[in-house]
Design a protein around this ligand. Structure first.
Ligand code: NAD
Ligand code: MG
Length: 392
């Protein structure tokens, strides 16, 4: 029996993880589940999976969760510290599927227990890659990528000499607006941005796909996870989303990972690793697919990709600041305080200001420095979004 915990159980990745676990009940014992405001769903999941502990990150949701789980014997807790406590319980395998930088501290807690951490939460590596890798090394924890592109790279690297890797190519669908004329992007609404041509995902990552902030985070994530130089990570637009990533080797070979755009593949691969087991995903019919297309991303349309390069060059706390500024800018866009294209302007201004002040410079950032840079960037981005955004 594998003892598993799911952080962010009620989200898009969390629900798909639970679906796969429930399909093989004899192989898994659930230790802890965490969620947010969707207490009805969290309670329902807990009644089915019988974890020892169920946690909502919101204290004002605790009473309802307690009431819904009355008489089940399942312990209930609430708040950020309780989420980290859930991650610290003795599990062999922990799914990190909280959205945003909020996933960092619980993920680190699981790593410090020596658990295998299935990493859907890309923000963890963007904000604190070196810190997370060092903690995993020190505690003998294994990191398994769940982001589809990174799972694809990970699979293409099995049995290969890492020193023979020349480059990694991440594919991007182009998101909701890939075929919109550039002038129209300024008018895009949150509702329009929250639809994805190929993947079904949580609201925030779907909007990040339209702006390419998602791909920008993934470029940094790939660099950190696979120990690459910034110029070894490339992005290509591939509207069909059938190739998830490619690895280029020093003999010119390109290994591509293909499959239907279905996160249950990457989740299932991490759940069953190092084995491969049957998964309920569609099998591709290449003849029916016919053709696949590729094109270079247009940096005028996607400033986030340029910013990712800058973040990798700056290093230090730039990833933590970049991600936090992006999260705050996305909040402002969702609240209709700023337009779609202004998200990148807000992030740029935050990076410029913090960089000029020397606030991003530090050799090996510790957790306090990362959380400090996150808080400062978030606060600056929120302030710019309220007041002095230059609409150029
Ligand atoms: P989601 O919004 O559907 O779910 C997020 C989960 O995190 C929910 O359970 C929510 O209750 C919980 N949560 C939210 N804020 C929290 C906080 N402050 N503290 C504790 N818990 C909190 O998100 P998702 O689409 O499932 O994405 C989860 C993570 O996986 C993200 O980092 C995302 O980038 C990554 N990811 C998702 C997909 C996908 O297909 N959805 C693909 C690749 C990577
Ligand atoms: Mg991805």
């Amino acid at each position: 029996m594998k003892r598993v915990s799911i952080l962010g159980a009620t989200g898009s990745i969390g629900c798909q993880t639970i679906e796969l676990i429930e399909a093989a009940p004899e192989r898994f014992e659930v230790v802890a589940l965490t969620g947010g405001r969707n207490v009805a769903l969290l309670a329902e999941q807990a009644k089915r999976l019988r974890p020892g502990l169920a946690v909502t990150c919101h204290d004002d949701c605790r009473a309802e969760l307690t009431e819904r789980l009355l008489g089940t014997g399942i312990e209930v807790a609430s708040g950020d510290a309780a989420v980290a406590e859930a991650a610290r319980m003795q599990a062999d395998w922990v799914m990190s599927a909280i959205v945003g930088a909020a996933g960092l501290v619980p993920g680190l807690a699981a790593i410090r227990q020596g658990a295998t951490l299935a990493l859907a939460n890309k923000e963890t590596m963007v904000a604190a890659g070196p810190l997370v890798l060092e903690a995993a090394r020190a505690h003998g924890a294994t990191l398994l990528p769940v982001d589809s592109e990174h799972s694809a790279v990970f699979q293409a690297l099995v049995g290969e000499d890492r020193a023979a890797v020349e480059r990694v190519i991440l594919t991007a669908s182009g998101g909701a607006f890939r075929d919109w004329p550039l002038e129209r992007l300024a008018t895009a609404t949150p509702e329009q941005a929250a639809t994805h041509p190929n993947w079904s995902m949580g609201q925030r990552i779907t909007i990040d796909s339209a702006s390419m902030f998602n791909k920008a985070l993934e470029v940094i994530e790939a660099r950190e996870l696979f120990g690459l130089a910034p110029d070894q990570v490339e992005v290509v637009i591939h509207p069909e989303s059938l190739i998830h990533a490619l690895v280029g080797f020093n003999d010119g070979a390109l290994m591509a990972h293909m499959g239907a755009p279905d996160m249950r593949h990457a989740i299932g691969y991490a759940l069953n690793w190092p084995e491969r087991r049957d998964l309920p995903v569609a099998r591709l019919d290449l003849a029916a697919t016919g053709s696949m297309t590729f094109r270079a991303p247009d940096e005028a349309r996607y400033p986030a990709l340029r910013q990712a390069r800058r973040v990798m060059e700056e290093g230090g706390l730039a990833g933590a600041a970049f991600n936090a500024a992006k999260e705050a800018a996305l909040d402002a866009f969702l609240d209709r305080r700023i337009g779609f294209l202004q998200m990148a302007q807000v992030v740029e201004q935050v990076l410029d200001t913090m960089s000029r002040a020397g606030a991003l410079r530090v050799d090996i950032p510790g957790l306090d420095a990362v959380l400090g840079a996150d808080a400062e960037a978030r606060e600056r981005a929120a302030r710019i979004s309220r007041t002095d955004l230059q609409t150029t």
